[in-house]
Ligand binder design. Structure first.
Ligand SMILES: Cc1cc2nc3c(=O)[nH]c(=O)nc-3n(C[C@H](O)[C@H](O)[C@H](O)COP(=O)(O)O)c2cc1C
Length: 132
């Protein structure tokens, strides 16, 4: 059943001062908070770049965006899409799905897109992703 959801997609880069080993901690922290606050979504990482999609109640998503913007573990936070939509969740059963991408991967393309084009590309990518 469609709901009013704030949907946000951004990309960023692992901060040069941060280590790749911080990613499991980020995921653990994210899943705990998101589960408690009706947030679902996807985190993609290729060893250097992140792209994350978050969907949930508007006030919580805005609060989370603020935390993300200020998190020193990543840099160059670039918001690609942020809109209130009446839609079904893209990740109804994932407090934060995770994909580690290797080699020439779709992050190169998706991080170059903005607005509806970025969102459409994400929707198209989802069925081909093996997340856990
Ligand atoms: C790439 C990346 C993705 C993150 N995703 C989430 C998330 O989905 N949910 C979440 O609660 N925290 C996430 N975090 C962690 C937040 O930025 C922040 O550290 C956390 O919410 C705790 O903030 P607080 O100490 O101000 O409460 C993420 C951090 C990074 C670097």
């Amino acid at each position: 059943m469609p709901q009013k959801l704030q949907c946000c997609l951004y990309h960023s880069e692992l901060d040069p001062e941060a280590l790749v080993v911080c990613v499991p901690d980020i995921l653990k922290e994210a899943r705990r908070f998101n589960k408690a606050h009706q947030i679902t979504g996807l985190l993609m990482f290729d060893g250097h770049r992140f792209a994350q999609y978050i969907e949930g109640p508007p006030d919580i998503v805005e609060l989370l965006i603020d935390k993300l913007y200020n998190d020193p573990r990543h840099a160059n936070f670039t918001q690609q899409y942020n809109a209130l939509r009446t839609c079904d969740r893209l990740f109804p059963s994932w407090s934060m799905a995770y994909v580690l991408l290797e080699g020439d991967n779709p992050l190169r393309v998706i991080t170059s897109l903005r607005g509806d084009l970025a969102m459409k590309k994400l929707e198209k990518m989802v069925p081909d992703l093996n997340f856990d």
